[in-house]
Ligand binder design. Structure first.
Ligand code: SAH
Ligand code: SF4
Length: 344
């Protein structure tokens, strides 16, 4: 069986090349071709000898994601549906915003966390993604947009899946993104529901990326109801883990808060949120609920007025608050809407 070079770490590629009787220096050239020049065949690697390329062709291959569908929203957001080797599909979303171009990538197919307001949660977990499938989303999208001169500036792990539930593969993917493609650490954000032991592990392994916590409620009672993960990861323990999370100078933890009418959008919720965040270097990202599916009517987005009142409470207490403009709603690419193409 041929070896997939994308599934190997840099060290493993070096070992593979040595086993073929070549100098490990060649590994560096191959890595640069795969991760920097986004090559998908050995023919492209023109600075390797023809005989070595033939040798590689016989023993190895470079996997890549197959683009099944690309949708472009009225607001410029693009959603990519990719097929994996086992025919499973994943979605990645490219979001232009002023001079930023953020790619939102998936870490799992489906998700096991079962948050009640999220489409991906409805799918359940189909499988974890491999590190190369995580990073391949970046390589594939950058390759697709390359001709237009566009460059991804930020990466967020906010697509399908809970990144900290697929910890090892996500960490390896981040390692490769930063070490092999040269993408800056500080432009990468992991968004998590807050699996506490994994937050500690992330702090320890210290990849120095940005952390975003999907808080979404200010009492255990409400959080337990909408996010089952809270039953084992209470708010008190979660906030303690956040307080202890080592931040690089000038960095802050983002707290995402999906606003659900009459569930977590009251004045009291706002005031409790202020209290919870006391002493944490934080910023709050309010996300008005995006409807999922046509049949689920349990949740509603609060009125614009209510959203503004909530935002004001936080601002008056000195918090930095952003209201996430929901992008790509017309193509089901907004937060929480990914996974819908599995329905068809
Ligand atoms: N699993 C991770 C990352 C993916 S979800 C996490 O939960 O953090 C990315 C964000 O989308 C989370 O902040 C989540 O709370 C939010 N989200 C999920 N469903 C949503 C919906 N229907 N409307 C708005 N935001 C939603
Ligand atoms: Fe999973 Fe995040 Fe959706 Fe919750 S919000 S079900 S953790 S993808």
């Amino acid at each position: 069986m041929k070896t997939n070079l994308k599934a190997l770490s840099a060290k493993e590629i070096s070992e593979f090349v040595t086993e073929l009787g070549q100098s490990p220096y060649k590994a560096r050239q191959i890595i640069s071709w795969i991760y920097k020049k986004r090559a998908i065949s050995f023919e492209e690697m023109t600075d390797l000898s023809k005989s070595f390329r033939e040798q590689l062709k016989k023993t190895a291959f470079i996997s890549n994601l197959k683009l099944l569908k690309k949708q472009i929203s009225k607001d410029g957001t693009q959603k990519f549906l990719f097929e994996l080797e086992d025919k499973e599909t994943i979605e990645s979303v490219l979001i232009p915003d002023n001079n930023r171009l953020t790619l939102c990538i998936s870490s799992q197919i489906g998700c096991a966390m079962g948050c009640k307001f999220c489409m991906t949660g409805k799918l359940g977990l189909r499988r974890h993604l491999k590190s190369y499938e995580i990073i391949d989303q970046i390589i594939a999208v950058q390759k697709l947009i390359g001709d237009s001169g566009l460059k991804i500036t930020n990466i967020v792990l906010m697509g399908m899946g809970e990144p900290l539930h697929n910890f090892d593969e996500v960490i390896e993917a981040i390692r490769r993104i930063t070490n092999l493609t040269g993408f800056p650490k500080r432009k990468i954000t992991i968004s998590t529901v807050g699996i506490i032991p994994k937050i500690f592990e992330l702090a320890e392994k210290g990849p120095q990326i940005n952390l975003a916590i999907s808080l979404n409620a200010t009492t255990d009672k409400i959080r337990n109801k909408i996010m089952p993960v809270n039953k084992k990861n209470s708010l008190e323990k979660l906030m303690k883990a956040c307080r202890n999370f080592p931040l690089a100078p000038g960095r802050r933890i983002t707290f995402e808060y999906v606003l659900l009418a009459e569930i977590n959008d009251s004045k009291e919720d706002g005031l409790r949120l202020v209290k919870l965040l006391k002493g944490i270097k934080s910023k709050v990202n309010l996300i008005p609920y995006n409807p999922i599916g046509k049949t689920i009517r349990v949740f509603r987005k609060p009125s614009d007025k209510k959203i503004l009142v909530f935002q004001k409470i936080l601002q008056n207490a000195g918090l930095t608050v952003t209201l996430r403009k929901s992008k790509g709603k017309d193509i089901s690419a907004a937060c929480g809407q990914l996974g819908t193409s599995h329905d068809s």
